[in-house]
Design a binder for this molecule. Structure first.
Ligand SMILES: NC(=O)c1ccc[n+]([C@@H]2O[C@H](COP(=O)([O-])OP(=O)(O)OC[C@H]3O[C@@H](n4cnc5c(N)ncnc54)[C@H](OP(=O)(O)O)[C@@H]3O)[C@@H](O)[C@H]2O)c1
Length: 263
């Protein structure tokens, strides 16, 4: 059956705008897109890191646009700057900025929970609210939202992070339905463990961990296709998707066992 989804955008359609480009997956993906011929707008709060990346590329192909994704007005202003300074629209929006926070029953904290939601969920909402009017008017665009396999189901001590990523997967799948009439391709990116500063302090076992460069390669490949989910590495994806099918009793029994074994 022919896909009803729009085609992936091309560098000729406009810029790629990526949040969280100052480190980890976002930085590696920005580099990869630049190497593939895209003009890229880089957003994060740390301008020096963005400048350090930008200096390796021709100035006409890279824009440094520092902003806090949790600030809706700042994200609107960031888009206006990108389009004014480049004279071109944003064709590919990659919402990648995120924060990780360990949180279970013992360290449950409302303010910390709100911060995770403000950056991971509302940060994405703010980017989408900025780019959607233009993409809808042009009937062309591509939106890729970095969630996580942690959003598939509740994992130990991931109550805030996992909930934020579940919200993103839910939001992306809901928006995906209107692809055919809007001309906008919506995708979700669900990585397993990727070696970045985000998880450097996490001392738990990190099975099947891959480098940020490897993750960027897999993401860039997925962005060239129309599939909804870009997820990796496959053993983690298969395991967690199977776990979703288990009755809750079995899921908690097996999860408890794994938790005790990993300490
Ligand atoms: N690493 C993993 O194992 C893994 C697995 C699955 C999903 N992910 C997801 O992948 C994405 C990238 O994470 P990473 O692993 O590459 O972590 P990272 O190296 O810590 O990068 C996080 C990025 O988000 C930016 N950021 C954080 N808060 C922000 C804010 N309020 N406004 C703007 N930018 C902000 C940071 O830049 P500034 O500090 O300069 O603002 C940084 O560029 C996240 O959404 C994360 O949840 C990671």
């Amino acid at each position: 059956m022919a896909s009803l989804q729009p085609r992936p955008v091309q560098p000729a359609d406009g810029l790629a705008w990526i949040t969280g480009a100052s480190s980890g997956i976002g930085q590696a993906l920005a580099r990869r897109l630049l190497d593939e011929g895209w003009s890229v707008a880089l957003t994060a709060r740390r301008e020096a890191e963005l400048q350090a990346l930008a200096q390796h590329y021709p100035t006409e192909r890279v824009l440094v646009i520092p902003a806090d994704v949790a600030d809706a007005a700042a994200m609107m202003a960031a888009l206006a700057r990108i389009e004014a300074e480049s004279g071109r629209p944003v064709a590919l929006a990659i919402s990648n900025a995120g924060v990780w926070q360990r949180m279970g029953l013992a360290d449950f904290d409302a303010a910390a929970f709100q911060h995770v939601m403000a950056v991971n969920v509302l940060g994405t909402v703010n980017m989408l609210a900025a780019v959607l009017p233009g993409m809808r008017a042009r009937k062309r665009g591509q939106i890729a939202i970095v969630a996580s396999v942690a959003g598939y189901l509740g994992l130990p001590r991931a109550s805030s992070y996992g909930a934020s990523k579940a919200a993103l997967i839910h939001m992306a799948s809901s928006l995906r339905f209107e692809g055919a009439e809007s001309g906008i391709l919506v995708q979700v990116i669900n990585p397993g463990f990727v070696a970045t500063p985000m998880i450097a302090a996490n001392t738990a076992a990190k099975p099947f961990i891959i480098s940020a460069e490897d993750a960027a390669l897999r993401i860039e490949r997925g962005l060239r296709r129309t599939g909804f989910e870009i997820a990796f590495p496959w053993p983690v994806i298969v395991l967690l998707k199977l776990a979703r099918l288990l009755p809750w009793r079995v899921f908690f029994a097996l999860g408890g066992l794994a938790r005790r074994r990993s300490g």
